[in-house]
Design a protein around this ligand. Structure first.
Ligand code: ASP
Length: 436
């Protein structure tokens, strides 16, 4: 049995709905369908979810704006009318609009994007609509109630066989809606896959799998055919936007593979994410992010002062700042952190290090980190050499180097203004060397 999840662009209008139906019909094992809310039909269009958030603010502050609700209603009407569906979606939308007012529950309001989309999809496919509020249950602290949800999901599946479930939300024990964070329909699909022990979790979007580098920076980067969960998490952490990060762990724990597919190109096999993968080049993909700073700390003989490093790190811990890397020398160490996370406290941190640790400290901003990630890099000589050569030839200075102990990633820190050039050059150069 396959759990399929379709993202907003795959559901943007009746044309996209038809593609979804063809995909579902082409394999009867696709019995569980999770939907997002209709997304953008073109780059200057709006996602239904964004319209609902905007509507929520208008209602909350008592600024009437009927246009937003009308435009939402029209999106659902277009799908219903073009596909000639036997469901009175206007009546359902109209009924819901009667609850509009200052006190409307914002989670409930925003969740209706997926809810009404699932109502239409269930009518179109002839699959039973199952409300996520009835099967995805949370305790009051917002954590998924795994046992209760698994029981309800299994019961719904056993009773109805083929089901459509709206993504992005569930309910607290009293039935109130709990909205997940943005992109959360991926997580709904992952929960359902885990609880139903799916053979595979298919996640359908508008790209044919993960690219080996950011297509906005590298020239036509190839798609990655196979990637491990671990590599995917490394790449996502380092900036590759693929799936909602909370969607990986549930399926990883259950050993269920994820297949990323493209609704607009259904014959493309996309990317398979699984526990293990053998074939492939040493580097699986490149990712990176701007927006880091390095706090450089200087003190004579610090490397022989037992406990000094711990004291440095505890200052960052005190301000709840996550440490990314810590390059060190004899008399100097650096602490690399996200600028966004550190900005509020960094000057306090510097002065504490100076006064309490009797050290010099300064900040260097605008650092970008680039990661080469690959399960096949371990024990393979020449990868760092290739990276350094490519950057050296471009006159791009490397400020920091790190490699994880399992040799599955190599990270370099460079100046942010060279970031785009570095990614483009690394992608071309590493492919030319056949190591990416
Ligand atoms: N519609 C929601 C969003 O735009 C959730 C999702 O699509 O997964 O974030």
């Amino acid at each position: 049995m396959i759990v399929t999840k379709f993202g907003g662009s795959s559901l943007a209008d009746s044309v996209q709905f038809k593609k979804v139906k063809n995909i579902i019909r082409s394999n009867p094992a696709r019995r569980v369908v999770v939907v997002s809310a209709p997304g953008k039909r073109s780059s200057d269009d709006n996602k239904i979810t964004d319209l609902l958030y905007t509507l929520g603010s208008h209602l909350k502050y008592g600024v009437p704006d009927d246009k937003i609700w009308v435009s939402i209603v029209n999106r659902y009407k277009e799908i219903k009318e073009t596909l000639n569906l036997d469901i009175d979606i206007e009546a359902e939308l109209n009924e819901f609009s009667k609850s509009f007012g200052k006190d409307i529950n914002q989670d409930l309001l925003v969740s209706r994007g997926e809810y009404f989309c699932a109502r239409l999809m269930s009518s179109y496919l002839g699959y039973t609509f199952v409300d996520a509020a009835d099967i995805i249950r949370f305790s009051y602290d917002g954590k998924l109630d795994v046992a209760e949800s698994a029981k309800r999901i299994r019961a719904a599946f056993d009773q109805y066989g083929n089901i459509v479930v709206p993504g992005f939300y569930g309910a607290y024990p009293n039935g109130d809606i709990n909205l997940l964070s943005r992109g959360g329909s991926d997580v709904t699909g992952a929960y359902l896959s885990k609880c139903l022990n799916a053979d595979i979790y298919e996640n359908w979007t508008d790209v044919s799998g993960i690219r080996a580098a950011d297509p906005k920076l590298a020239k036509n980067p190839k798609a990655i055919q196979r990637v491990t969960y671990e590599e995917l998490r490394e790449l996502s952490y380092m900036g590759a936007s693929v799936l909602h990060e909370d969607s990986i762990l549930p399926v990883q724990e259950a050993g269920i593979a994820i297949n990323l597919r493209n609704t607009n190109e259904p014959t493309n096999p996309g990317t398979i994410i699984s526990k293990e993968a053998t074939e492939g080049t040493p580097i699986t993909g490149l990712a990176g992010k701007k927006g880091y700073l390095c706090c450089a700390i200087y003190k004579q003989h610090m490397s022989s002062e037992i406990g000094f490093f711990r004291k440095v790190l505890s200052v960052f811990e005190k301000y709840n700042i996550n440490i990314e890397h810590t390059p060190t020398g004899m008399d100097m160490c650096g602490v690399i952190v996200s600028e966004e996370q550190a900005s509020k406290h960094i000057h306090t941190i510097i002065s504490e290090i100076k006064t309490e640790l009797h050290a010099e400290a300064s900040i260097e901003r605008d650092i970008a980190l680039i990661a080469a990630v690959g399960r096949n890099m371990a024990g393979h000589p020449g990868i760092c050499a290739a990276i350094f050569k490519i950057l050296g030839e471009k006159q791009i200075n490397i400020k920091m180097i790190a490699q994880s102990p399992d040799e599955h990633n190599i990270i370099v820190g460079i100046s942010s203004d060279k970031y785009a050039e570095a990614i483009a050059a690394l992608y071309d150069g590493l492919c030319a060397e056949n190591i990416l």
